[in-house]
Design a protein around this ligand. Structure first.
Ligand code: SAM
Length: 354
């Protein structure tokens, strides 16, 4: 149900209401936990963190109720993330609840894959549509240096399991860091071919948590394409009209891969996604400094209509374009220092759901 105060100016071509820049609300990323079993140094470089208090986390019923409200407002893509979502106990139960929502067209999971092999079957049976697994290196020792844990074999087992239990459209996400794994792009594409997965290369972003970020460490989209063209020859852009963050390209043999160039080529103009943290804060942008407390409203007894009215009025006022503003910053450095992150864990990428 759309809010009474909606005007024709708020309506996007898709029929749902839109924000101040004409962007609809179609996609919601739901973080189910802020905890993680890896310590990737571009995301969580410290060993210890200020974790969200467990009693403050949304229950599965609360998540499903909020998702129901979001889908009544036009959201049709829901992605479970974290932290590491597979650390949340009984995740298949939440998947089952969400899969029963007929408005969700795409129910996906982003995981580091470490625990995926043991849960793949259950997640598939519960109704998860597809999965994206993060894989930054094919070399075990390099993986351990990057992720701070010796879990490479488990991740590869997770990728194999995704395929063997029949998840379609498997994606592998690689954050490319200059001088660290920028020599593995072709190897990863070859691996993806065998694993029947589409590989996506992500530019290193200066998000909260990336306390070791510097512009020099960003291996850019242009450099990725240049390197791959040397190996594969002509690379054709697929020129899709999509709000998805990845730009997709095709090699001459038909292999498709993606690049998410949020750092050098932000895609704020088509950003139709927002994020819900595990404790119920709603963020309109990955770079937003503050979120909207939906848990408080929910626990105070707000009805679905009241929640919908609140969410829609906030979305209609949205002007966020955090990545573009960052890109326009002259001298770009670390976004948020460690002391500030410790005071407000919601500023962390792993809390708001990457
Ligand atoms: N634990 C899950 C995983 O590893 O996929 C989900 C959460 S993780 C925060 C989601 C994605 O964000 C991962 O693909 C990760 O590589 C990416 N990410 C984290 N920090 C990043 C950064 N500074 N720049 C670019 N991508 C980043």
């Amino acid at each position: 149900m759309l809010p009474d105060s909606q005007t024709s100016a708020d309506v996007s071509p898709g029929g749902s209401f839109a924000d101040q820049l004409g962007r609809p609300l179609h996609s919601l990323r739901v973080s189910v936990t802020d905890r993680c079993n890896l310590r990737c140094n571009y995301c969580m470089p410290q060993e210890e963190y200020v974790w969200l208090p467990r009693q403050e986390l949304l229950t599965f019923e609360e998540i499903a109720r909020l998702v129901e409200v979001f889908t009544s407002l036009g959201v049709h893509d829901v992605r479970l993330t974290g932290g590491e979502p597979l650390l949340r106990r009984d995740l298949p139960q939440l998947v089952r609840m969400l899969a029963a929502n007929p408005r969700i067209r795409d129910l996906a999971l982003t995981t580091n894959g470490v625990l995926f092999a043991e849960q793949a079957e259950q997640l598939r049976a519960a109704g998860l549509h597809r999965v994206t697994i993060s894989l930054d290196s094919l070399r075990p020792e390099r993986f351990s240096a990057l992720a701070g844990r010796d879990s490479h074999a488990q991740v590869l087992a997770g990728i194999a399991a995704a395929r063997s239990v029949g998840f379609p459209k498997l994606k592998l996400d690689t954050v490319v860091l200059r001088g660290v794994n920028d020599d593995e792009l072709a190897d990863l594409i070859e691996y993806g071919r065998v694993a029947e997965a589409e590989v996506r290369f992500i530019e290193y972003m200066d998000v909260g948590g990336a306390t070791e970020w510097s512009a020099e460490k960003v291996f850019t989209r242009a450099e990725m394409l240049q390197q791959l063209a040397k190996r594969y020859g002509t690379i054709a852009p697929l020129n899709e009209n999509s709000s998805a963050p990845a730009e997709r390209f095709q090699l001459s043999d038909g292999t498709v891969f993606g690049i998410i160039a949020s750092t050098t080529t932000p895609f704020c103009k088509s950003c139709d996604r927002s994020r819900l943290t595990a404790d119920g804060l709603w963020y309109l942008c990955l770079y937003a400094q503050a979120g909207i407390d939906l848990r408080k409203l929910l626990r105070a007894g707000a009805t679905p209509d009241e929640l919908a009215a609140h969410i829609s009025s906030i979305w209609r006022a949205r002007t966020d374009r955090g990545a573009e503003l960052r890109a326009a910053t002259g001298k770009r450095g670390v976004l948020i220092g460690i002391e500030q992150l410790r005071q407000d864990p919601h500023l962390e990428m792993h809390t708001r759901g990457g």
